[in-house]
Design a protein around this ligand. Structure first.
Ligand SMILES: [Zn+2]
Ligand SMILES: [Zn+2]
Length: 417
């Protein structure tokens, strides 16, 4: 019997996994400097956690959730995104009692039953951040700056930060009416999804990727022309702060997000190198969600970035070096082999990646292996070398060679850059 991974679900193997590790450790380091602490959330939650927060009339809830009934007859769902679980956790543990803002990050797999296609997976990975307890645009500016810096430190270039404000409960009804009036006559020409959205969530017509819909919505009223005084002020202050922090952005009035719980600020970081699915990260403010989960009325803002797309961009830029051992220790004879293992331990304790000979192979095949695994140096220890207390070394990149005493070889290798 031969098995293969489920459709749309991939294994992550070396050397890619090295890239993943580097992205994750860069994120951890940066989050720490901004005071974002890690929360580790369950992969599975009550289905309601997602339906109530994400909204019934979204693609995620309507078509894409991995939902099933468990043995206790409860409806459970593999998380399709991170915010709902983070807010459930925040309210359940009363984390709002901590000093504001409370800032958290998470990382791990998410699940959506999407039609598998290039760059889309049914199990995909995100790193996300959520910050609670501050309504002022200072927090929006910090979160967006953090995201920009994070993607920069990871090594992504030529990114656009796109920003919009989608208003609040006070001003959105007015905008919604303006949209409904604009779409009314054109509606029959839109795709079936948009026709449905007209009654369920007309803002999402602005989000449709169908080319005909994109054309038809040209000239639609912009949400930023319908903001109430407070939303306008919030947005203007955010833009002023981003300018002060030298975060370059573009305004995108069509950036409305597919999720119901967003209010005011929405943002996306896109790359021209990704084709149609060009968002690397996306986020926004969700001032109503904590209360909807039974907590106090606490404002919040967050983002999530997609690991697979970041990895694709980094591989395309091809600036990555595949990690390789510093040395392969080739040995001949049982005693030299033992000495090789002792040296490997010594060098590993000194922080080096070293591969020893596990026994049996000829010198020629050992050196071939050293080449194949990309070792920078080969060290050779046979009976003669052992007697003389020396190892021969060869720089496999330059061909240079020489010898060095067994006593000093570890320190010598550590010093070789
Ligand atoms: Zn408003
Ligand atoms: Zn459409």
């Amino acid at each position: 019997m031969k098995y293969s991974a489920l459709k749309g679900i991939q294994d992550i193997l070396p050397p890619d996994s090295h890239l993943w590790q580097r992205i994750e450790s860069t994120a951890r380091s940066l989050f720490q400097r901004y005071g974002f602490l890690e929360i580790r959330l369950p992969l599975i939650e009550s289905t309601e956690v997602f339906t109530r927060s994400i909204g019934e009339a979204t693609d995620i809830v309507e078509k894409e959730m991995y939902t099933f009934t468990d043995k206790g007859n409860r409806s459970v769902t593999l998380r399709p995104e991170g915010t709902a679980g983070a807010v459930r956790c925040y309210v359940e543990h009363s984390l709002y009692n901590l000093p504001s803002p409370q800032k958290f990050f998470y990382s791990g797999p998410m699940f959506r039953y999407e039609r598998p296609q290039k760059g889309r997976f049914r199990q995909f990975y995100q790193i996300g951040a959520e910050a609670f307890g501050v309504a002022q645009p200072s927090l929006d500016a910090e979160v967006i700056t953090l995201l920009r810096n994070l993607l920069g430190e990871i090594g992504l270039r030529e990114l656009n930060v796109e920003i919009n404000s989608i208003g609040c409960d006070a001003c959105r009804p007015d905008y919604r009416n303006a949209l409904l009036a604009f779409f009314r006559d054109r509606l029959p020409d839109f795709c079936p999804d948009c026709q449905r959205r007209y009654t369920t969530n007309p803002l999402r017509i602005l989000d449709c990727k169908v080319p005909r819909c994109i054309e038809l919505r040209q000239g639609a009223p912009a949400v930023t022309d319908h903001l109430c005084g407070e939303c306008r002020e919030h947005f203007d202050e955010l833009l002023a702060r981003l300018q002060a922090l030298h975060v370059r952005y573009t305004l995108n009035p069509n950036l409305v997000r597919g999720l119901d719980y967003y209010t005011r600020t929405t943002f996306e970081v896109t790359s021209e190198h990704l084709g149609a699915q060009k968002a690397v990260a996306a986020g926004g403010r969700y001032d109503k969600l904590v209360k909807e989960f039974g907590g106090p009325p606490i404002p919040a803002i967050g983002f999530a970035m997609g690991m697979e797309r970041i990895v694709t961009l980094l591989k395309e830029a091809a600036t990555e070096e595949t990690p390789a051992p510093k040395a392969f220790i080739a040995t001949l004879g049982r005693e030299a082999e033992r000495e090789g293992f002792r040296l490997a331990e010594e060098m590993r304790a000194g922080g080096l990646w070293v591969e020893p000979n596990y026994g049996g192979a000829s010198l020629k095949s050992q050196l071939r292996k050293a080449d194949k695994i990309g070792a920078a140096f080969a060290l050779i220890i046979g009976e003669d070398e052992l007697k003389a207390g020396k190892a021969q070394w060869k720089n496999l990149k330059t061909g240079e060679q020489g010898d060095v005493s067994l006593e000093a070889v570890s320190i010598w290798l550590i010093a070789c850059s």
